[in-house]
Design a protein. Structure first.
Length: 326
């Protein structure tokens, strides 16, 4: 019964047009890494003949991120990064990116900012379990699970731990790749700090720049109004952000997690210490300044995310299997 219910939840999410790898001529199947763009025989060949026994399971999200950025930003960025990560790993494929997470920003009763989609945490965890089990049934031996949205990180981690215990006896390992989200946000914020750019903020510099870099044509993901759209300031100076970041890192290094990590709710509060002297909040889902965003900054953000993820996957592979090659 559970499998039937989960199927009814999952299937509608994946019927939207897939993010196709563009080509001017006939598609070269050898270059395709997305499961949804392959036939079952092609997937079988990649697993059993080419040795692509690793798979990435990524959750994106659908939520507001300001009047300038499309709702599917988390999913778009996850898919672009996921494709590049699989190619750099060499022996991995990309499962369909889940476009729904927990606690979508702006979604509430009687909202005047429509478009967000979310699911309860317990349902989300069951979807993660179903995704992992599906990949194991498909024949993948190493399943790397991660998410680009703050809400749901705990459920992803719990699902990974449960499935790894369940499947390890069969030779299948499941991994929670936290650096896809946590370390990448920390490193991007530091990049912004070092380059004297606006730090943090939901829908702001990080996301706007990355989607500018990834969009196939101007205005596809980011509307031109990003240069002038009103936003809520984060309430922190760069120096205050740096001091808070250093204190959090020191706590984590000592094993103290009482300060928490971002990722337990929508937007995850990145840089949101409130300034009592700040002007009234603008209710548009945007916290932080996106105005200076550029494709070049987006490329740097993209590379940080891809490199962090590849590095953690290889590290965990070495710890679990004695090899950095998925």
């Amino acid at each position: 019964m559970r499998q039937i219910l989960l199927s009814s939840i999952i299937v509608p999410f994946f019927v939207a047009p897939a993010f196709a790898q563009t080509a001017r001529g006939p598609v070269n199947v050898n270059d395709v890494v997305e499961l949804e763009l392959l036939t079952h025989t092609e997937v079988s060949d990649k697993i059993h003949k080419e040795g692509k026994t690793s798979v990435l399971v990524i959750t994106g999200g659908t939520e507001e991120r300001g009047p300038h950025a499309v709702l599917g930003g988390h999913t778009i960025m996850s898919r672009h990064r996921g494709i590049e990560i699989t190619k750099r790993l060499g022996n991995a494929l990309l499962a369909p990116v889940l476009p729904i997470a927990v606690a979508a920003t702006g979604l509430r009763e009687n909202t005047d900012q429509p478009g967000g989609v979310q699911m309860p945490a317990d349902v989300f965890k069951n979807v993660q379990l179903a995704m992992i089990e599906s990949m194991a049934m498909n024949g993948f031996k190493d399943i790397f699970v991660m998410g680009d949205h703050g809400g749901g990180q705990q459920q992803i981690k719990e699902a990974v731990e449960e499935e790894d215990r369940k499947l390890s006896a069969t030779g299948v390992h499941v991994y929670y790749i936290s650096d896809f989200y946590q370390k990448t946000h920390d490193d991007v914020d530091m990049y912004m700090y070092e380059h004297k750019l606006p730090i943090a903020g939901h829908g702001a510099m990080m996301e706007t720049s990355e989607m500018l870099y990834e969009e196939p044509a101007p205005g596809t993901y980011i509307r031109p109004i990003y240069k002038t759209v009103p936003f809520n300031p984060t309430g922190q100076t760069p120096e205050q952000w740096k001091a808070a970041r250093d204190a959090r890192m020191a706590r984590q290094a000592s094993g103290d997690t009482s300060g928490g990590q971002r990722g337990q709710g929508a937007g995850a509060g990145r840089g949101r210490a409130q300034d009592p002297n700040a002007p009234p909040r603008v209710n548009n889902g945007l916290n932080g300044d996106p105005h200076p965003a550029t494709k070049d900054i987006g490329k740097a953000v993209f590379e940080i995310g891809v490199n962090n993820t590849v590095a953690e996957i290889k590290k965990q592979m070495a710890e679990r299997r004695g090899s950095t090659q998925p």
